[in-house]
Design a protein. Structure first.
Length: 132
């Protein structure tokens, strides 16, 4: 899926990626955990989750835990994949400090094309083989 194919804003992709991360870390998705991870207020998370629910990426009951839908999981994994590849390039290949690389990767991940991502991942595979 190409980034922003359905006009999900960059912040929406960030929230969706955070939802996936929280699920992977804690086994369940609570808005308070998303808020803590992103360093934002719970009302901000609730607004974002409402938008993600309207787009079919999550389900969120009035009370209880959030569930990521198959569509949401696909999109979140795509964002996380882009973020991971970019972070690896910046840290492992270019020697950028990890904290700066994380911030920069988060900015770039929303706009990178599928073709560039494929080539980046192929490059990283070749790079890994050279390091062995």
């Amino acid at each position: 899926m190409e980034p922003q194919q359905d006009n999900l804003l960059k912040s929406g992709e960030d929230y969706l990626e955070a939802v996936l991360f929280v699920e992977q870390r804690y086994g369940k998705i609570r808005s308070v955990d998303v808020a803590n991870l992103l360093g934002v207020s719970r009302p901000s998370v609730n607004r974002a989750l409402r938008i993600l629910q309207d787009k079919g990426y999550i389900t969120k009951p009035d009370y209880g835990t959030v569930t990521i839908t198959p569509l949401g999981r696909e999109r979140a994994e795509s964002v996380a994949r882009r973020h991971g590849a970019l972070t690896r390039l910046l840290v492992d290949v270019l020697g950028v400090r990890a904290d700066i690389a994380q911030r920069d990767a988060c900015k770039i991940e929303h706009d990178i094309s599928a073709e560039t991502l494929e080539r980046l991942e192929a490059f990283l595979q070749r790079y890994d083989r050279k390091e062995d």
